[in-house]
Design a protein around this ligand. Structure first.
Ligand SMILES: Cc1cc2nc3c(=O)[nH]c(=O)nc-3n(C[C@H](O)[C@H](O)[C@H](O)COP(=O)(O)OP(=O)(O)OC[C@H]3O[C@@H](n4cnc5c(N)ncnc54)[C@H](O)[C@@H]3O)c2cc1C
Length: 398
């Protein structure tokens, strides 16, 4: 038996099989929807069964229910601006680098504008991992690199989706995890990199030249508070960025509605309060119950899931302003802490539509048009300094 015997509906594309194969007989390719899947070279395969038995889709590897949870906001306001919400990831990662000289693995946008897991070791390089990339990240051989680093005595912090944490654990045996710490995300689900590529290729034909970078979450760098907007921002080779609201952008619109997730995401066994990682981070969806804690702003939730995470929390907490979180109540509002995203009927055949039609036709079907005025309005809104906003607010109040 080998990994080829795992059903397509169960494979998460975590890449554990590639990292564990002793014969390098497994390659990651893309399926007909553009998702990462393993392919076995039968000529090289010796049928040892390691990939099959390691595959996380075969087992239930949970730690216990979360021990406690906090609503957090990073104290370092400059670094906070680069995070998707309250900077929970940056706080943990910078503590691990400074206190343990840890290597930190996480998802970054690479030069070819794809999203891949990379390893960094300086506080400055954490910027590459900050902010949410709402697409499946390619893990490649990062678990192997981590195994080697642990063997050399390094401490490692790995961050990713819960299925990627499961992939990592499949490659690193329990007895070697003493210096390995993990952070998982509350995860909605992941769309295919092929759809993001189509969107980028289309935008690259605009008058502003090609797309050189992109964001799914955006904070006004000149504003006082910490408000993060869900927005597609394409940074262009020349001129202003292309900025679109969720409804105006095919990619983000489909993501927010959960119409194009990988099939396994709709049956995700990690979408509940039994967390697989030491720490879990996410957006706070029960924020209205905390009127005393930076009201109206985008704070993170941080769940402490293991005793070792709990023992680090006393020191890590110095990075944050924080308050206790009612975890069961958060799960009432943040649904992927309770159950996987419900598969919508429109998921059937959506990839045929998205991959086989002209992008212009796809755009007309799955987004609403944006007029030029709205684009300029967004550009101004997203860059207006705090002092200008406060003058307008005063005028409005009069
Ligand atoms: C695909 C996806 C779906 C999500 N769905 C939800 C949700 O339904 N509910 C919710 O509360 N929060 C969700 N989040 C988490 C949320 O977007 C923020 O990441 C979270 O609030 C933490 O923000 P932060 O400010 O602490 O850190 P950030 O600066 O956003 O931290 C970035 C961290 O996220 C990791 N990361 C970013 N992109 C990816 C990726 N593609 N794959 C793996 N790891 C990645 C980085 O490695 C890094 O550890 C999701 C994130 C992703 C990537």
């Amino acid at each position: 038996m080998n990994i080829g015997d795992i059903s397509k509906l169960n494979c998460t594309g975590c890449c554990a099989c590639v990292n564990i194969c002793p014969k390098n007989a497994i390659k990651i390719v893309t399926d007909d929807e553009g998702f990462y899947v393993p392919r076995v070279n039968e000529k090289l395969c010796v049928d040892c069964g390691k990939c099959y038995s390691a595959c996380p889709s075969n087992e239930n590897a949970y730690v216990d229910e979360s021990l406690s949870g906090y609503l957090v906001r990073l104290k370092d306001k400059i670094k906070l601006k680069k995070s998707a919400s309250g900077g929970a990831f940056f706080g943990i990662a910078s503590f691990m680098i400074e206190s343990y000289g840890a290597l930190v693995a996480g998802a970054a946008i690479t030069e070819d504008l794809s999203v891949k897991h990379i390893i960094v070791e300086s506080r400055d390089d954490l910027a590459k991992l900050q902010n949410s990339k709402y697409v499946q990240s390619y893990v490649g051989n990062v678990y192997q690199q981590i195994r080697n680093a642990l063997d050399r005595g390094r401490t490692v912090l790995f961050s990713g989706t819960p299925c990627q944490i499961a992939g990592l654990y499949a490659v690193i045996p329990l007895k070697k995890r003493e210096r390995l710490y993990t952070v998982d995300l509350v995860c909605h689900g992941v769309p295919s990199p092929a759809i993001l590529k189509r969107q980028i290729d289309f935008d690259s034909k605009s008058k502003q030249g090609r797309v050189v970078d992109f964001r799914f979450r955006y904070k006004n760098p000149k504003a006082e508070g910490n408000i993060s907007f869900f927005m597609m921002v394409m940074i262009m080779a020349r001129g202003f960025p292309l900025v679109r609201r969720v409804s105006q952008d095919v990619y983000l619109n489909l993501f927010m509605q959960g119409l194009d997730f990988r099939e396994c995401c709709y049956n995700c066994k990690y979408a509940n309060l039994k967390r697989i990682a030491d720490f879990t981070i996410g957006d706070c969806d029960s924020r209205d119950f905390y009127p005393h804690f930076y009201p109206g702003e985008s704070n993170s939730i941080l769940l402490i899931n293991s005793k070792r995470a709990d023992s680090l929390w006393k020191d890590i907490s110095k990075q944050f302003d924080f308050t206790a979180l009612d975890v069961p109540r958060e799960a009432e509002y943040n649904h992927q802490l309770k159950h996987p995203f419900k598969r919508p009927k429109q998921r059937d055949g959506i990839y045929e539509d998205l991959l086989n039609n002209e992008w212009l036709a796809v755009k007309n079907k799955y987004s609403i048009p944006q007029n030029r005025m709205d684009r300029y309005k967004l550009l101004i809104l997203l860059n207006t300094p705090a002092w200008v906003k406060s003058i307008f607010a005063k005028i409005k109040r009069r």
